[in-house]
Design a protein around this ligand. Structure first.
Ligand SMILES: [Fe+2]
Length: 191
């Protein structure tokens, strides 16, 4: 019964909601100023909005926060909270470091290669480019320990159409087996 319930959303298309883009995604940061300066210096991302209060709106408890919004291009916004009265940031120790990350797209492969050189010149430890078949990626960390990815798409329209065709089939198979389906194994053939 549980398996039937979990598989249902893939076969339904009832929602009338039309999501436009990320309004923002929000993560915690250690220091808002350090974070603003780092994203400007390393990724040329502008600070567009800062929202701050000294107390929790509902309870009036003193708990100052700084909420910063950075321009990630095309209306997408990457946001952070500094909350100095809370215990130090940790991470989900049961999840490998490579899993949770923030991926930002650059124009093309040349831009990706140039970005690697620029980041390395600024002392950033950069992994990649890693070939994912339809895009290539660099990986590095921001000063808060968040893993960042810069990605450049390399796939053809036909490849993306094929990936979309097999995606629901792959998820269904995975739900049943927990073994990697092979519908898109061609993605890894050039590794
Ligand atoms: Fe990724």
């Amino acid at each position: 019964m549980v398996k039937i319930l979990y598989s249902m959303p893939l076969k339904r298309n009832f929602s009338m909601i039309n999501v436009k883009r990320f309004h923002h995604v929000a993560y915690r940061c250690i220091d808002a100023k350090v974070t603003v300066d780092w994203y400007k210096e390393h990724l040329n991302m502008e600070l567009t909005v800062a929202i701050a209060e000294n107390e929790v709106p509902s309870t009036k408890a003193p708990d100052p926060y700084m909420h910063i919004f950075l321009d990630a291009g095309m209306g997408n916004v990457l946001a952070f909270f500094e909350i100095p009265n809370s215990p130090d940031m940790g991470r989900d120790e049961n999840t490998p470091k490579w899993v949770q990350h923030i991926a930002l797209e650059v124009e093309n492969l040349d831009a990706l290669i140039n970005a690697k050189a620029e980041l390395q010149n600024k002392g950033i430890d950069v992994l990649g480019p890693i070939n994912h078949g339809v895009f290539k990626s660099l990986y590095f960390f921001d000063p808060n320990g968040h893993r960042l990815e810069l990605a450049a798409n390399t796939g053809t329209t036909d490849q993306m159409v094929e990936l979309k065709r097999v995606a629901p089939l792959m998820v269904e198979e995975w739900a049943q087996t927990k073994v990697a389906p092979t519908h898109a194994a061609w993605l890894h053939e050039k590794d």
